[in-house]
Design a protein around this ligand. Structure first.
Ligand code: N01
Length: 541
């Protein structure tokens, strides 16, 4: 059968392609590039008006990547990674968006991307072996294959707080930030939430605003970024051996090149441990947790790192009561570790007030204030930094129906299940990029995305060469993989903390551990083995 682009269709309002991709973030963009290379007709459909996905939407002040720029970038084309110049150790959102736009230009991607189009349904027609995707505006697009490149953190989570909609001033969600700069000068501002987005945006907002009230439900651990302009010598050295650095990164659990000790925290003296944590604190960034191999396995080991950071918080924050409120009690690394610039020190500012709403939640929001602790905190601007309906939210927002009309929403009503985070039984010819059950959010997302896109593209080439029309995960293989994902989660400490990894941040969401914590290298080997075994666990027809 032909896999070339179909142009003729009996339904006037439909356009038909070999592959329809939903989302034009880094995943959808690279997917399109690979599909073109296979000679397949592809259409990418994107809700936003531009490329970049998460970096298109999350424009809040202070937004930047907490994986270093030299690693948070594509590696599929050496010319691209040699040409592009990052300016800082950690890139800012505007620079990453500029990079995404440059990639779109360089590979002429926009001509096959339909912007401002939000997909609301994707239905599989078994007889015709094709997917029909419907957009909110009524447009329909048909593909033999459908690839969901919808992102792990793309559906904003709004808090259920009485009166939220009654606030008369501007309300901004960090994940839906306006394209124009927001000026907080002279304003009284409230921010709800203290996750990564809040921890990045609180310092710059505090510098501008007349007053900032931070409503904290759970404090988070944050490590200094020590962001700085990139040293041209260091860039030259990395570029001289870029592929070697990329290869090293692929051998690490999070897919990030860095130093990771395998030893146990309690196997060394307290003085040695202190020196190691101090060295990593001075170095900054997420690899702080690479200090010892058992930090996410042993509570006693984890306590040593958590105590170290709590001591740092107490040393930075001048008011002992405020410092205490900022000290997390849960394990470090249970919720995602944050990386900041001046976060804790911001609480030394006279214009910043921390309000602990853990035991006494926000009562309501009125037209002019956040009401908590029996008092009205009068404000002009409200910032919502309450995160995302992670990993499943974007897929569940689409009415996805597979073989026999089976609904993904119903299938996942008690929590997701997937074969490798790539495909699901009863949903033939549907792929998810970095779906639940893949390492995704525990890794550097760019290489993880590339690995999934390459796997899908190679699979389509394999099918093309052998004239297969459909591929579908087998139920047994999916179940075995999902059981493995859960078993791995249960061996460590990650699943012991309420976090968005297990849906705990969204009221009513089933508590199921969603990402795969078995590490990037082992996961890649598994994917390769499945291919070597003739797509074991998949039915091809
Ligand atoms: O969201 P979050 P985020 N009343 O879910 C609180 C990635 N990211 O947008 O912990 C009061 O982490 C909630 O409290 P609690 C990164 O993977 C990356 O900050 O549920 N508070 C929490 O404090 C990150 O992990 C980058 O008790 C309420 C906060 O809101 C992920 O995105 C930058 C509440 C939400 O924190 C999500 O980060 C930014 C309520 N009703 C994000 N409901 C970089 O790479 C929720 N909260 C740099």
């Amino acid at each position: 059968m032909s896999y070339r682009m179909e142009t003729e269709t009996s339904l006037v309002s439909e356009r038909a392609f070999d592959v329809v991709v939903v989302g034009a973030g880094f995943a959808g963009m690279y997917m399109l590039h690979r599909l073109r290379g296979l000679g397949l007709g592809a259409r990418v459909i994107e809700a936003g008006s531009g490329v970049g996905g998460t970096w298109y939407w999350n424009r809040y002040p202070g937004a930047r990547c907490d994986v270093e720029s030299m690693q948070y970038s594509y590696q599929f084309d050496d010319a691209l990674q040699q040409e592009w110049e990052w300016s800082e150790r950690y890139s800012s959102q505007p620079e990453i968006l500029e990079y995404a736009e440059r990639v779109a230009d360089r590979y002429d991607l926009r001509s096959d991307i339909e912007f401002d189009t939000c997909i609301v349904a994707a239905h599989y027609d078994e007889a015709a072996s094709r997917w029909t995707l419907a957009a909110r505006n009524g447009a329909k697009t048909v593909g033999r294959f459908c690839v969901m490149a919808t992102g792990c953190l793309s559906v904003p989570n709004w808090p259920k707080i009485a009166g939220l909609e009654t606030f008369a001033g501007p309300t901004y969600h960090t994940a839906l930030w306006p394209h124009e700069a927001v000026d907080f000068t002279g304003k009284r501002v409230a921010i709800i939430g203290t996750g990564s987005s809040a921890i990045q945006s609180i310092p710059p907002i505090a510098r501008q605003a007349a007053r900032l009230y931070v409503f904290q439900r759970t404090p988070n651990y944050s490590i200094p970024a020590h962001n700085e302009p990139l040293d041209p010598e260091r860039v030259r050295a990395i570029k001289a051996e870029y592929s070697a650095m990329r290869a090293r990164a692929k051998t690490t659990h999070p897919g990030i090149d860095g130093s990771y000790n395998k030893g146990e925290a309690l196997a060394v003296t307290p003085e040695e441990r202190q020196a190691e944590y101090e060295r990593r604190w001075r170095e900054g960034g997420l690899t702080f947790l690479g200090a010892y191999g058992d930090l996410m396995l042993s509570k006693a080991s984890n306590d040593t790192a958590a105590d170290f950071v709590r001591e740092k918080i107490r040393a930075i924050v001048e008011d002992p009561q405020v410092a205490q409120t900022l000290c997390p009690e849960n394990i470090i690394g249970g919720k995602r570790l944050c990386v900041d610039t001046d976060y804790y020190a911001t609480y030394n500012r006279e214009n910043v007030t921390l309000i602990d709403v853990k035991d006494r939640p926000i009562e309501e929001i009125t037209a002019t204030a956040v009401r908590a602790h029996g008092r009205d905190f009068e404000i002009d601007v409200l910032v919502i930094a309450t995160g995302f309906d992670a990993m499943t939210g974007a897929l569940m927002n689409i009415d996805i129906r597979g073989r026999g009309g089976v609904s993904l929403r119903q299938r996942w009503a008690e929590g997701p299940s997937s074969y490798l985070g790539l495909a699901m039984a009863d949903f033939p010819n549907l792929f998810t990029i970095t779906g639940p059950g893949s390492p995704s959010v525990f890794t550097n997302m760019l290489p993880t995305i590339e690995q999934h896109v390459d796997w899908i593209a190679d699979c389509l080439a394999y099918m093309q060469a052998r004239n297969y029309a459909t591929i579908e995960a087998e139920g047994d293989a999916e179940k075995a993989w999902w059981d493995h994902v859960q078993a791995v989660a249960a061996t460590g400490l990650k699943a012991t903390t309420d976090s968005w990894y297990l849906g705990a941040n969204v009221p009513g969401k089933p508590r199921v551990f969603m990402p795969y914590f078995g590490g990037f290298p082992g996961y890649c080997r598994k994917c390769e083995q499945i291919v070597a075994d003739g797509y074991a666990g998949f039915a091809l027809a």
